[in-house]
Ligand binder design. Structure first.
Ligand code: BEZ
Ligand code: FE
Length: 291
């Protein structure tokens, strides 16, 4: 086969994948080629635009290192991360909804006892977080691990300012107690822009899109026999809830971070200054077992 034109080329490329031994890979590549070719025809892509696209993807790859994943940021800002999330997390009644992981999760966060203050050198309005972890449609889960991480009052994560902070802050791992409960102190996080000094930022600027995410606390909750939950809880009074740069906001994940005057806190601590309190109960989806 030779002499392909702008239409026959698509069938020829798809046929070239016909002997792919893995049927799933064959299905994915066939569909990818079909949609990619349709896209090129649809926008009548010029040669200069094709070169620009190659340069953009090259810069996206070159921007990646151990601390920066520009391809995930691209996936996030194109809504692909949340689309994959939606397809893969059809949740039963009682299970907390999921949202993007984001680039600031650290596996080695310190495990701390309930009630600990994780703010470290971060300054801001004190925030008490209390919560529980249950099996969706079942009982409370004791011994579940609860990883938390969040930005500071300027919208920066610890990993973006490690030198100034002298280590991790605003993140830790807790374990639920015998009643499935956990609590900790930290500071109120602010909304922030996703890293926009690379090609993804250039794309956002070219499209007159802002890079901002509403204020939130990240949670990753794991318990035996359950799917690990990756989610955030968003502050109900934050800007950008309706235009999150990565499309991660769901109504069920928005909660009041209630403002309290100085005085006794719900965990018995006496606060010298005003503080905020987030109370949120999580439900985990049981892993399906064969019967
Ligand atoms: C985050 O919430 O940490 C995040 C998510 C997606 C892209 C950038 C940051
Ligand atoms: Fe975040």
């Amino acid at each position: 086969m030779r002499d392909f034109d702008e239409f026959t080329i698509t069938r020829a490329v798809i046929d070239r994948f016909a002997d792919t031994p893995d049927p799933r890979l064959r299905q994915v590549m066939t569909s990818l080629v079909r949609h990619l070719h349709d896209f090129v025809r649809d926008v009548d892509l010029s040669f200069a635009e094709w070169q620009q696209a190659i340069a953009f993807l090259t810069r996206t790859g070159q921007m990646c290192d151990a601390h920066r994943q520009e391809f995930i940021l691209l996936s996030d800002t194109l809504g692909v991360s949340m689309l994959v999330d939606a397809i893969n997390h059809r949740m039963p009644e009682g299970a907390t909804e999921t949202t993007v992981l984001g680039p600031f999760y650290v596996k080695e966060a310190p495990e701390l006892p309930n009630g600990a203050d994780i703010a470290g050198l971060l300054e801001g309005t004190p925030l008490l977080v209390t919560g529980s972890v249950a099996s969706a449609g079942g009982g409370m889960l004791a011994g579940a691990t609860v990883d938390v991480w969040h930005a500071d009052e300027d919208g920066a994560y610890d990993v973006q300012q490690l030198d100034a902070l002298g280590g991790l802050a605003g993140r830790a791992r807790f374990r639920t107690d015998a009643e499935g409960r956990f609590h900790f102190w930290t500071i109120m996080p602010a909304w922030y822009p996703i890293p926009d000094d690379g090609p993804v930022g250039d794309m956002l600027k070219a499209a007159a899109r802002h890079p901002n995410r509403p204020a939130h606390v990240h949670f990753m909750i794991a318990a035996e026999g359950h799917e690990t939950l990756i989610t955030h809880v968003f502050a109900a009074d934050s800007p950008w809830l309706d235009s999150d740069a990565v499309f991660g906001v769901k109504n069920s994940l928005i909660a009041e971070f209630a403002a309290h005057p100085a005085g006794p806190a719900p965990d018995g601590r006496r606060m010298e200054r005003p503080f905020r309190h987030l109370a949120y109960d999580f439900g985990l989806k049981p892993v399906r077992t064969r019967d």
